[in-house]
Design a protein. Structure first.
Length: 353
């Protein structure tokens, strides 16, 4: 099922059909424009009153139960942490959280609507230490809100699960460049030999699993003020340290020292939701593993879906660059550089009242 979700083409309902669907189900009319998406067809609808919504037409391979998992998680966050800037679920005229749409090939899939969050994607703003720390702290707050959330589909299968990278071994053959394939193989071995045996003993819960520069929004006039967390499509129950490592991986660019930004992010997360010793031991390994699965999945999918290549490959160059950098470091060196700010703060915390 995990591979099927990334092997089924994105729905492509014509925009006028999307508009008619939204009018029928939600009683909302307005201008429709497409939004980017890896698996789902996403559209923005803007009403005459300048209110905007996001319409999500699920990939046909996505089980309805997984869609319900994502909906229930958003509603849980809205209840326990209403100050967190996440989308709200919009119900249909019949009071439903989702409905069904028939695609052009006769296949049925799920449609839902969320509120649209205004803000600027962090990728479009200058990187700063204050911004990275704000991102780390907000992610920790999100994970605290999700800590007690449970759902029957929380442990669903997903290739974008850093703790299950070993399932991607077959994708190593998709890398045509021998040096890159050897690089990827070395990190796969590191994961299977050292990290995988340790994962059963670390904390696990429902996590966002895709907290990066495209999925976090900031205020136009304050790029350290987080005003939106979007795209809960990769959410699942998995090791908490994988959440931190996945997010930290996207902060290895923007500084002369690639570990500076990631270290700032991890330290801010740790201040709100501390990582224990077992998690600190493997967080850098899992950061490398995130780059590994990014390289493997994107190389594989770009060949299958060349029409969506630009979107699929947007993180690919940075992933290869990070793997090349981390290949020159020992495990201990990478861990110590990533945790530099966390460990710098330890003496202060010991002496505090």
């Amino acid at each position: 099922m995990a591979e099927e979700a990334l092997s089924t083409a994105v729905p492509d309902l014509p925009l006028d059909a999307v508009a008619a669907l939204v009018s029928r189900l939600y009683g909302i009319t307005g201008r429709i424009k497409p939004l980017a998406g890896e698996r789902d067809q996403n559209c923005c609808i803007e009403t005459a009153q300048d209110t905007r919504y996001v319409v999500k037409i699920s990939n046909p391979s996505e089980p309805v139960s997984v869609v319900d998992f994502q909906i229930c998680a958003l509603e849980h966050i809205a209840r326990v942490a209403p100050d967190l800037p996440v989308p709200h679920v919009v119900r249909t005229l019949d009071g439903l959280t989702r409905d069904t749409v028939t695609l052009g090939d006769g296949v049925e899939t799920t449609v839902r609507m969320l509120t649209y969050l205004d803000g600027v994607q962090i990728r479009e703003t200058p990187r700063t230490a204050v911004q990275r720390r704000a991102m780390g702290a907000v992610l920790a707050r999100l994970d605290l809100a999700l800590r007690d959330f449970t759902h029957p589909e929380a442990k669903h299968d997903l290739l974008w699960n850093v703790s299950a990278a070993h399932r991607l071994k077959s994708k190593l053959d998709c890398i045509s460049d021998p040096s890159r394939r050897a690089l990827a193989e070395s990190f796969m071995t590191r994961f299977t030999d050292y990290v995988l045996p340790r994962l059963p003993s670390v904390r696990a819960q429902v996590i966002h699993n895709d907290y990066h520069l495209y999925n976090v929004l900031v205020a136009p006039d304050d790029h350290a003020h987080i005003v939106g967390i979007i795209d809960f499509g990769d959410m699942l129950h998995a090791p908490l340290v994988g959440e931190v490592a996945t997010a930290a991986a996207f902060h290895m660019t923007g500084n002369a020292d690639p570990f500076v930004g990631a270290a700032q992010f991890v330290a801010a997360y740790h201040e709100v939701l501390p990582l224990d010793d077992s998690e600190q031991e493997i967080v850098a390994d899992l950061m490398a593993t995130r780059h590994l699965i990014t390289a493997l999945i994107t190389e594989w999918r770009a060949v299958r879906y060349p029409e969506n290549r630009t979107y699929i490959m947007r993180h690919n160059p940075a992933a290869w660059e990070a793997l090349a950098l981390m290949a020159d470091l020992s495990r201990d060196q990478a861990r110590d550089r990533l945790l530099a700010e966390v460990r710098k703060e330890l003496p202060m915390k010991k002496n505090s009242p």
